[in-house]
Design a protein around this ligand. Structure first.
Ligand SMILES: [Zn+2]
Length: 126
């Protein structure tokens, strides 16, 4: 039995190159330029959430963005970090977004969550 044959986690180099070219070697989320070896193949809709291995469900993102995305879908990630919606984004952002932006956002969201917990009211649920 060949291990991992049925659940293909590894994406072929042809697909990776196609993505790399179409994204001009930049992370789809923060736009930073990296070599193919440093870009991670991400499933827009994670496999764990019924995403497919088809190329239109794939994109290349950098390590930090990948870690942040976790098991979120592309849409969830974009909403969370206030990025251009996928329907409007034709590719990576025209100008690279610094990692500090994402870090600040992560902190803001965590703070908001903490506040929400403290209040336990309906205010944030509006
Ligand atoms: Zn990135």
């Amino acid at each position: 039995m060949i291990f991992g044959e049925t659940r293909r986690k590894h994406v072929g180099t042809t697909e990776q190159k196609l993505l790399f070219d179409s994204q001009k070697g930049r992370c789809m989320y923060c736009g930073r330029k990296l070599g193919l070896a440093y870009l991670h193949v991400d499933h827009k809709t994670p496999i764990s959430r019924d995403g497919s291995n088809k190329i239109r469900n794939l994109q290349l993102i950098c390590g930090p963005c990948n870690t942040r995305k976790g098991s979120m879908t592309d849409g969830e990630f974009r909403r969370k970090y206030g990025l251009t919606p996928a329907t409007k984004a034709k590719g990576p952002p025209a100008k690279a977004i610094p990692q500090s932006y994402f870090e600040k956002k992560t902190k803001e969201i965590a703070d908001k969550k903490a506040k929400r917990k403290k209040k336990d009211g309906g205010f944030w649920g509006l």
